[in-house]
Design a protein around this ligand. Structure first.
Ligand code: SF4
Length: 576
């Protein structure tokens, strides 16, 4: 069994990853993601990535070994649908406390596994390692092995402490856990020449169900979807598929490539977003299955389905054309979505004011140019301030983005539509594109915008004008102060400007100033004075480190546990 460090090196060396292969030997060794400070990932850590990738396996228990905050960050953070068991949405955590940090948490983990087996009897338990037990040296592999032997339930160790890297690394390590402990451990009841694996599809908002009816019509059986709406047995017996589709190349390319290597299952990379991509994906599925022995009439049947569905989808989109003609869309997303929905929006008569390419590959950028021309407005990294200005100045009529940017649009009193992982509408396949255009139309035509844009009759000066004025005055005052107070050398300037709490936007300088001015000794006092650490709480260990540095006194471990509000009783909240 390889160590975690070897495993990470192995996934960094992924031969099927184009980005990785373009790198030098030295750059490849360094990897694609930086190790993070334990606890400092604010929900974007490797553990979080692994949980996202595996939680859609619906009938197993997902047990998080660590402090309760890790599970709090990651529970059900993708709206993945299930057609059967709901166990995957039940939150299980060992909720480690300071006693476990001192004496070790393995016994606690053992008891948690036993309790899950006794109460729920799932087909398997996935056990996730997090930062704290990884640092105190809990061996989840050993506990899982012994528990599986004792209770007769497979216990799958997913060794992904958050500090090893970012979400994408966690996706890949989750895939490694499936390859090491799950895939190939069971046999399907029967096989057919039409058995297909779909890898990297999470059934967000039920998107798999927009594609499945077409596959059903063609007689193609999804042997396993890894991992949307899947069951443990399906994943365990997925090694008998005839072909595979890799949906999002960044997430689980290692699973697709290694399954090809180990079990001879060929795969292609495709997308269900956008009409032409959906058609290409269906064609590739049919081609690969025929190459692996399916009757070749599948190709003609697939073409017939594509022709019918494309016609229906374009007609569905055209119905909105009159109302949407000339509307400008700002697209803040990433990867394939940065270009694959563009054709559908253009068909609906809309113009693309800009599309973000922060998380896009070189191929994604090329596709954007193909569809939108050389003058395509590609945005590398747009600050909320610039998004706001663009919307406020009516250079875009609607923003399509993830939930984090929604308040920018709402503040600018402009419509917004969620197209990222928390979305509640499904936008995959042909029906999905029509649904996307329909939702845009609904958002744009909502009469609420006319109302919120009308100034209140009793206000001579609107609250926005007052707020804008106050912000401008504050910014000017800060700029003036900064010039006087900011240190001059580069190292000190960096320290001065470094952000500790992203949620409440509190910098290290402000925390230091509060500690010195008020002679603060406790994390809770810093939180009360500065509001730092009162959001997601992931910066609490950082605040403790600053306290320790300034006061020269060690901050007790219990002080570093996430709490909700300054002054809340620590033990009460942990027990809740
Ligand atoms: S403590 Fe570690 S594993 Fe838990 S959420 Fe934070 S970075 Fe991720």
């Amino acid at each position: 069994m390889s160590t975690l460090a070897e495993k990470i090196q192995d996934v960094f060396n992924e031969p099927a990853c184009g980005i990785n292969q373009e790198k030098s030997e030295k750059a490849r060794k360094k990897g694609c993601t930086k190790p993070l400070q334990p606890g400092g990932a604010a929900g974007g850590c490797a553990f979080d990535g692994a949980k996202i990738a595996l939680q859609p396996i619906t009938d197993v228990a997902h047990l998080v070994h660590g402090p309760i905050a890790c599970e709090g960050h990651s529970w059900d953070n993708r709206n993945s649908g299930s057609s059967g068991s709901k166990l995957y949405r039940t939150s299980f955590t060992t909720d480690m406390g300071e006693q476990d940090v001192i004496f070790g948490g393995e016994k606690r983990l053992w008891r948690a596994i036993r309790e899950i087996v006794e109460k729920y009897n799932p087909p398997a338990i996935f056990v996730y390692q997090t930062c704290v037990p990884a640092m105190t040296g809990d061996h989840i592999e050993v506990v899982c092995k012994k528990a599986a032997e004792k209770f007769g339930t497979p216990c799958i160790p997913v060794n992904v402490p958050g500090f090893v890297g970012a979400k994408t690394l966690g996706n890949k390590l989750a895939g490694e856990a499936l390859l090491d402990y799950v895939i190939g451990t069971q046999e399907p009841e029967y096989t057919t020449p039409y058995d297909l694996n779909i890898i990297g599809e999470y059934n967000v908002a039920g998107e798999l169900w927009q594609v499945k009816p077409l596959l059903d019509e063609l007689g193609v059986r999804i042997l396993a979807c890894i991992s949307g709406d899947s069951k443990y047995k399906e994943v365990a017996s997925s090694h008998r598929a005839k072909a595979a589709m890799m949906v999002c190349s960044r997430a689980m390319i290692n699973v697709a490539r290694k399954m090809e290597e180990r079990y001879g299952i060929p795969f292609f990379e495709g997308s269900f977003y956008g009409i032409s991509d959906m058609s290409d994906s269906l064609r590739n599925i049919a081609r690969l299955l025929v190459e692996r022995g399916a009757p070749d009439d599948l190709i003609a049947r697939t073409e017939a389905v594509i022709e019918r569905e494309e016609k229906k989808a374009w007609a569905g989109i055209a119905a909105y054309r009159e109302r949407l003609q000339g509307k400008k869309v700002l697209l803040i997303t990433g990867g394939v979505k940065s270009w694959s929905v563009v054709a559908a929006l253009q068909e609906g008569g809309m113009e693309i004011a800009g599309t973000s390419v922060k998380k896009s590959t070189a191929e994604d950028k090329e596709r954007i140019k193909e569809i939108m021309g050389e003058d395509a407005h590609m945005i590398d990294d747009m600050k909320p301030r610039d998004m706001y200005k663009m919307l406020k100045d009516a250079r875009a009529d609607i923003m399509l983005s993830g939930g984090r940017s929604q308040f920018v649009a709402l503040k600018a009193k402009m419509p917004w539509l969620d197209i990222n992982q928390e979305r509640h509408y499904a936008y995959a396949g042909y029906d999905g594109m029509v649904a996307l255009v329909r939702e845009i139309d609904k958002a744009l035509s909502n009469p609420v915008w006319a109302q919120v844009r009308t100034p209140a009759p009793w206000d001579e000066v609107s609250w926005e004008e007052r707020a804008d004025k106050a912000i401008a005055e504050e910014a000017a005052a800060l700029a003036a102060n900064d010039v006087d107070a900011a240190p001059q050398d580069a190292v000190a300037v960096e320290a001065w400007t470094s952000r500790v709490c992203n949620c409440k936007e509190v910098d290290e300088a402000a925390i230091e100033e509060a500690i010195r001015a008020h002679k603060l000794l406790r994390v809770d006092d810093v939180r009360a004075h500065t509001k730092a650490g009162t959001g997601c709480g992931s910066c609490v260990p950082h605040i403790a480190a600053i306290l320790q540095r300034i006061n020269g006194v060690k901050v007790p471990a219990f002080e570093q546990t996430l709490v909700k509000e300054p002054g809340d009783d620590l033990s009460t909240i942990r027990a809740a």
